[in-house]
Design a protein around this ligand. Structure first.
Ligand code: PAF
Length: 254
């Protein structure tokens, strides 16, 4: 696996590759888990070259403590990527990715204001801006995103359509732990007690009950609910356990 920390070196290398080589992009913020690996495996199976990016993107964190505590596991991640057969790891610095110091950004004014957008102002501006940059730098044929961040996935798809980006966005299913907790880099920050509560929260939100009743049951367990909403024939949830924000969504049987 080749590692590039310098965008220009990656671009130079890319220019040496055959123009028709099929490239897959898997953008990540590191702290890789099975969810990421499922995207990378899919990319490897569908492309001739798989580029994984690791960049802990500060502009999408509205809460400085969340950014500070976000797990960073660089050497483990590198080993995992080598083991799985990724071809390229691209990990540029903030200075390289934001030469304008974030004076330019992409804002969506509708879907991004709902759900996670309500309690995380600016979050999706940061996400869309970095994804646009990575799409432009890698110029992949396909880019892989998980359904766990369903709102992000829809926003990225619409952004690509809006700005005539040629990369196809591939939607990948949520990978879950044995108790159905959606895999997330933040899960590893949960205490033992918090992990047990997370297991309970997953069961509670899947009940076929009134949303308000479920919210009450969650609060009784000491689980803070950011939102629990049925929209677009799916149930969306964000809760806070151990001061860690966990999100999930699933299709409703209607
Ligand atoms: O889903 C994520 O991990 C991030 O939002 C992404 C797409 C890598 C952008 O920083």
């Amino acid at each position: 696996m080749k590692i590039f920390k310098d965008i220009n070196k990656w671009k130079k290398y890319k220019n040496t590759l055959p123009a028709d080589l099929k490239i897959g992009l898997v953008p990540t913020m590191g702290a890789l888990h099975e969810g990421h690996l499922s995207l990378i495996r899919k990319s490897i199976s569908e492309n001739q070259l798989t580029v994984v990016t690791i960049f802990l993107n500060p502009t999408q964190f509205n809460n400085p403590e969340d950014l500070e505590k976000y797990p960073q596991t660089w050497s483990e991640d590198v080993d995992i990527l080598k083991g799985i057969g990724a071809d390229i790891l691209l990990a540029p610095t903030f200075e390289q990715l934001y030469p304008d110091d974030y004076q330019y950004k992409i804002t969506e004014n509708s879907l991004s204001k709902l759900l996670c957008g309500t309690s995380r102002p600016g979050h999706f501006d940061g996400v869309l801006t970095i994804v646009m940059k990575l799409l432009n730098i890698v110029k992949a044929d396909k880019a892989y995103f998980g359904e766990k961040d369903y709102q992000q996935l829809q926003l990225v798809k619409k952004m690509c359509k809006t700005f005539f980006i040629d990369t196809a966005i591939v939607e990948c299913p949520i990978i879950r732990e044995h108790d159905s907790l959606a895999m997330s880099s933040r899960n590893r920050r949960l205490s033992n007690e918090g992990r047990k509560l997370a297991s309970e929260y997953v069961k509670l939100v899947r009940q076929n009950k009134e949303i308000e009743v479920i919210k009450e049951e969650l609060s009784k367990k000491g689980i803070k609910v950011d939102y629990l909403e049925d929209r677009f024939e799916r149930r969306f949830v964000a809760v806070v356990i151990d001061n860690i924000r966990l999100i999930d969504n699933f299709k409703l049987n209607i």
